[in-house]
Design a protein around this ligand. Sequence first.
Ligand code: ZN
Ligand code: ZN
Length: 473
Amino acid sequence: MRLRPLAIALLLSSAPAIAANKPTSIAAADLETAAHLRDQALHDDTAYDFVAGITTEVGPRLAAGPNDAKGREWTIAKFHAFGFDKVWTEPVTYPKWVRRSEHGEILAPHAQPLVLAALGYSAGTPAGGLDAEVVGFPTLDAFKAADPASVRGKIVYVGARMHAHRDGRDYGIGSAVRTGGPAIASHKGAAAFLLRSAGTDDNRLPHTGVTDFTGATPIPAAALSSPDADLLERMLAAGKPVTIHLALDCGVEGEYTGANVIAELRGSKKPDEYFVMGGHLDSWDPGTGAIDDAAGVAIAAGAAKLIAGLPKRPARSIRVVAFANEESGLFGGKAYAQAHKAEIAKAVLGSESDAGADRIWKITASVKPQARDAVAQIAAVLQPLGIEYDASEPGNGGSDLSAVHAVGMAAVSLHQDATRYFDWHHSANDTLDKIDPEQLRQNVAAYVVTAYLAAQAEGDFGSKPGAWANEHE
Ligand code: ZN
Ligand code: ZN
């Protein structure tokens, strides 16, 4: 039979649509290999050795700071040693914020020193510091409602408190105060901004983190340790005027160009398509960035190294990204999304680890409906690790990869137990001893299963430009 040209055109044009509607699936032999990789991961300390190594030999990795390049070089050498087929960098440019010194004390009614840390992008105080009266608010909303006349020229303090939860949800409260409070204070004419640290601990250690002065003039902004916040609140509650001396020497000094470090195991059948996983290489400076986020890079690298040990490379490539400067505004993730958005359909699925190294308890996914069964197949291999599949919630892929997901990559989120995470996050307590080797191995097991099966799946997960634009998370 001879088909007319129009009929041929119709057949050809409907072929991809048929392929796209075919359910994505995973072969039984691949599920078996994944289960084997999972069990291997539970006896493998590559990830722990990575975190121990970088926290010992490099230490804190403040974006644009003295260890930015050192951390990158350390990671590049390690990726080469792990046997990746290709290791490269892609440039990322961001503002260089510098912390030189910080000091605070209550002058009246009862003189007491304060333990505090400047926030990323905080302005410095005038040389010699500033003295001002404090006006306190229990919540960000109470401060938002305040008459600017009541805070003009004063130091604003917001004392919102976070509590520990497995899903870490109170970080929404603490990070909103830290990120949004200082700019509002600037708009209202305040001299400076202080907050109770966005943390769940009672240590006398402040938790730093980024703030956002977009559209506002930067002012001095710092976080008090939780016991210092209690002290300040007791004095404020007593009703006498409270004055503070604040001296911060910090601020933005131009721009810096760092890089995302990327490593790849080249796929045997579809090398242009890949599963991507990772973490961010930068950290805040008071600790050594063990849980935030050497652990994330280590989990991805540890999982990829196990796959590299298989007799044959999986069908698709496996990519590991150690992102630059997540902390002060997802710079690495946004640069990656910009550089790769034209070929986003080739990024078949991704997941980033950025909530420490405690046990993963849940997987969620943003995939096309025809790929739900394949995610359920992956979840069945994860189930012996104590991981449940919640099909009702999306998964944005994690911090930097949320920026890649936003331009169209399908994503899964492997949710870590965050109960302890915000005790240490962004503080001097973010150190190696907080990593539980057994729980870290469980993380690697979950990532190796997900990576291998996504790379072997028959069919895709729905990555295409703008695919998740209408998703609500
Ligand atoms: Zn992080
Ligand atoms: Zn962080």
